[in-house]
Design a protein. Sequence first.
Length: 412
Amino acid sequence: MVEKTKKTYGFLYGFVILFFVFALRIVPDDIILLFAIGIFCIAPINQTLMMYIFSFVWCLEAVFSFGITLSLIISVLFVVKYTFFCKKVSLNAYEIFFLLLFLVIGMSNFLLYGTLTGVSICVYFYASCIIFHKLISSTSEEGEAFLKTILLMILIGFIEGTIYGYCEGTSILRWIPGFGYVKQLYGTLGTSRFSLYGCIALLYPLYFMKKNISKWVVFAIISIIVLLSVSLTAVVLYIGVIGYYILSNINLKRVTLKGVITVFCAICVIIIIASQLSNISFMEPIMLRVDSMVNSIKYGDLNDATTGRTELTNAYVAMFKDGNLIQKVFGKAWLGYDELVGKYSHNSYLDILIYSGVLGLFAMFYVQLKRLKKYYKTNNFKVMLIIKLILIIGATTVSTFSAQYWFGLLFI
């Protein structure tokens, strides 16, 4: 956890402000990124941890002109600083197995395709293990404060990423039947990816801000940004976050008739409001997309309802089935765009399956179950469970497997 004296926050403030300048697009990227690395190197170890979390949202855009990503550089620096300047992290047997498995596959990826993506996944995993063990080894109060700071870093990164998207003009046009072309908020990660990150940012005001007007102002701002992505994945996750928050705060022992009536009335109001959402300018494209999807399902066109993902899934499943026994068990050590299919899979689990086989996919879910079992004994379980669900469900519609912001955050 970051030290509580003002002085110790200086490097972290500087790092955050540096990326605000980066978002405004007024200074050459290489200069900003060099300063970021410098601050990261000299900052106290606990502030370094928060900088590392904050950097996740920039992992696709913070790239040096010569091609090296900031995310890989500071991930290595993060691991080195914690290994040599802090108490060493004792990995569990299943974590060691996962790390060795993906290290072997990562080296195969480098030898076969000449990329460092597979090796970087191992670095991200180890860095996540450091943060995970720090979360569960702290006292209840420290662990809760630590998670609060992590979510604050994600929230600030999300807001600055939105500013970057606006200044850089990253929004993309999408054709919505019955409406025309509409701008989809892209931010720093992509429409569905960025909104997934925004849904996690929502947890900060919902769970860690006091119940006053500032809480709901922050909540409303993030909500609008998420919905501006015009992503159906975003809509599903957003509704899920709100529903989970309401359900997780219901105390069944204190349920009264008045409370039941209040909930019933609230549901009726929501239903009435929902029918009028299409009259709100930024909601109209989303409602039209939902309506189009419902109609496609009614007529049995599942591929159209999923915007081509069903066809892609079948193509990638066929690719997996065409592999030999070793490739099915250990994977093909291959990541990325398939030239035969002509598109990315848009499903992270298919990516994992083809990259690391059935063994890799099983190992990934096994680690998640072990993580949740540990969190169940802490005060952070409710929040960590929804974070896991956002990341796991969101990954079914986008290719996020090798990205630091998804993989690194998933394994915390």
